[in-house]
Design a protein around this ligand. Structure first.
Ligand code: FMN
Length: 203
């Protein structure tokens, strides 16, 4: 083993190791609205589901290189609400286009070619055609200095495309969901290569 003491590495090198080792990461394509009602969409892979009852997710939001907050961060501070859209393989390139840095007040949606549908409980809409969306309300923001924050969001509603969910037994069809994950560098994985493992306690 080669062990790196992160105190001896630059922040950039620590980040490089972290993001290339913690893989694959799920991708939240987050929609928010600004004070004028402009819909913003941006992908975040410092993202995961972390609790249930109530269901909670986290987002790790970095500032822009000039130190100003990203639109997603600004909009969540403004009105607390956001939607995590789950990205399938078909939407990978459109998701990537949503990471284009645009001026505040400019929407990534026309650039990426996404259309929206209304959410049920929150103001930010979900992205139409994506297989699932989590309607969230900010619970807590952990500020890590001035340049990054962790937003903990409570999931108030989960919307699933009709073909993905069996409403009788809540079975989610993973093949239809077809999620992608973030690997290191510019690489992504699909969720198509699967194997089963039963838990030793049978649960
Ligand atoms: C796959 C992917 C994952 C990303 N993950 C993050 C992340 O976890 N945190 C972050 O601050 N930026 C992340 N980014 C960069 C943001 O998407 C990018 O800065 C975007 O312009 C922010 O948009 P906004 O200013 O509209 O919020 C990621 C980009 C891509 C393509």
């Amino acid at each position: 083993m080669i062990t790196f003491d992160l105190a001896a590495l630059s922040a950039a090198d620590g980040y490089k190791l972290l993001r290339n080792v913690v893989t694959p990461r799920p991708i939240a394509l987050v929609t928010t609205v600004d004070g004028d009602g402009v819909v913003n969409a941006a992908p975040f892979s410092f993202f995961n589901a972390i609790a249930f009852d109530p269901c909670m997710v986290v987002l790790g939001l970095e500032a822009r290189p000039d130190g100003s907050p990203k639109d997603t961060s600004r909009n969540i501070r403004l009105n607390r609400e956001f939607v995590v859209n789950i990205v399938d393989h078909a939407a990978a390139e459109k998701m990537n286009l949503c990471s284009t840095p645009l001026e505040p007040g400019q929407s990534e949606l026309p650039l990426a070619g996404f259309t929206v549908s209304p959410s049920s409980l929150v103001k930010p809409p979900r992205l139409a055609d994506l297989p699932a969306a989590l309607e969230c309300v900010r619970h807590t923001t952990l500020e890590l200095g001035n340049l990054r924050e962790i937003v903990v969001g409570e999931v108030r509603a989960i919307a699933l495309r009709d073909d993905v969910i069996d409403p009788q037994n809540l079975h989610v069809d993973a093949a239809k969901l077809d999620t992608i994950g973030r690997l290191g560098s510019n690489l992504y994985s699909t969720s198509r290569d699967q194997f089963a493992l039963d838990r030793p306690d049978g649960k």
